[in-house]
Write a protein that binds this ligand. Structure first.
Ligand SMILES: Nc1ncnc2c1ncn2[C@@H]1O[C@H](COP(=O)(O)OP(=O)(O)OP(=O)(O)O)[C@@H](O)[C@H]1O
Ligand SMILES: [Mg+2]
Length: 317
């Protein structure tokens, strides 16, 4: 048995001259959550559609839950759930009719349908909407219904294309908690795309960064942080305006790139070295300045992503 839920080999998709996905290879371990990142048009949705067997690749292939997307698309469909970017449903059907319709498509045995539908609606918080028409649904409700539908066949792998896009803050938080719950309690492997990077940091164990159809990095956020950034930003707030002498002494410390004064604050760019921090603090205290706040800002996923994409663009040009 493979340890991977998804194994992608040289997957390629062309639209006329455009290579939307260009020989992409990556693996996703069972039971983890994997984030696909990249700018608009990078190839994330096209990759999802190929993995969900909605469009055929022009080259390469992938194994999803052990089945080949080209040779056994039906097997793949039985093991996955897919929530598209813009879920749409028949507007004149009620929630229950919609879910029944999908049960028939998925060949879920008729005696278990009602129970399975209530479990899925319960999970996404739509259980009291069984008789409402889907046409009257808000965007957030449509997203939740799409997830309920994706969960019907008890998938082992779930593809979520921008699952919180357009949701209000509460809806987005509920969706995030639901995704984490599915991973934790139901051992579902999650592949999701999102432009909300703090959300990706919160949910995803690993990320893959797409750029012009290619996968340019794959790692945990923590490891990417170490490789993408060798500097860190430190902010210090003093009880009074920092004296010139402190700034001069700090600038002399090895590993300090930049020191700026902003009112009572010092903004320091330094080498990403934990041993340097106590030395900075000692230097300030030695000048008899009272410190109210001392904090190092972690490089955000946004910084990391933009840095990696910038490096890629520079290498390409
Ligand atoms: N059906 C299609 N016909 C022609 N070109 C397409 C088609 N689908 C996607 N593309 C092109 O393929 C490229 C990748 O698109 P894709 O939708 O995969 O990007 P994405 O990473 O999901 O972007 P976004 O973040 O905006 O959702 C884009 O240049 C897009 O214009
Ligand atoms: Mg997309």
């Amino acid at each position: 048995m493979s340890m991977y839920a998804v194994e992608v080999h040289e997957l390629t998709k062309r639209f006329r001259r455009l290579v939307a996905v260009d020989h992409v290879s990556f693996q996703v371990q069972k039971g983890i959550s994997f984030g696909l990142l990249g700018l608009n048009g990078a190839g994330k949705t096209t990759t999802f559609k190929m993995l969900a067997t909605l469009i055929r690749p022009d080259g390469g292939t992938a194994l999803v839950s052990g089945s080949d997307i080209r040779r056994d698309p039906l097997e793949v469909r039985r093991s996955i759930g897919y929530v598209p970017e813009n879920p749409s449903f028949y507007t004149r059907m009620t929630t229950m009719e919609t879910m029944m319709y999908f049960c028939r498509l998925l060949e879920i045995p008729s005696e278990t349908r009602k129970q399975r539908i209530s479990q899925c609606l319960e999970l996404v918080g739509l259980v009291d909407k069984t008789d409402s028409y889907v046409g009257g649904y808000s965007r957030g409700m449509r997203h939740r219904l799409a997830l309920a539908q994706a969960l019907l066949a008890e998938p082992t792998v779930l593809f979520l294309d921008e699952p919180t896009l357009g949701l209000d803050p509460l809806g987005a938080r509920n969706m995030r908690e639901l995704i984490m719950q599915l991973k934790r309690d139901h051992n579902v492997t999650i592949l999701m795309s999102s432009h909300t990077l703090p959300e990706v940091e919160m949910i995803c164990d690993e990320v893959g960064i797409f750029h012009n159809g290619q996968l340019v990095a794959q790692d945990s956020v923590e490891n990417l942080r170490h490789t993408a950034s060798d500097t860190t930003s430190i902010e210090v707030e003093l009880a009074s305006r920092p004296e010139e002498q402190v700034i001069i002494s700090l600038r002399r410390l090895p590993g300090i790139n930049q020191v700026e004064r902003d009112g009572r604050r010092l903004l320091i760019e330094a080498k990403n070295d934990h041993e340097l921090r106590p030395r900075i603090l000692e230097t300030i205290l030695a000048a008899h300045q009272d410190v109210l706040f001392f904090g190092a800002r972690e490089t955000s996923l946004e910084d990391i992503l933009l840095r990696i994409l910038q490096d890629e663009s520079e290498t390409a040009s």
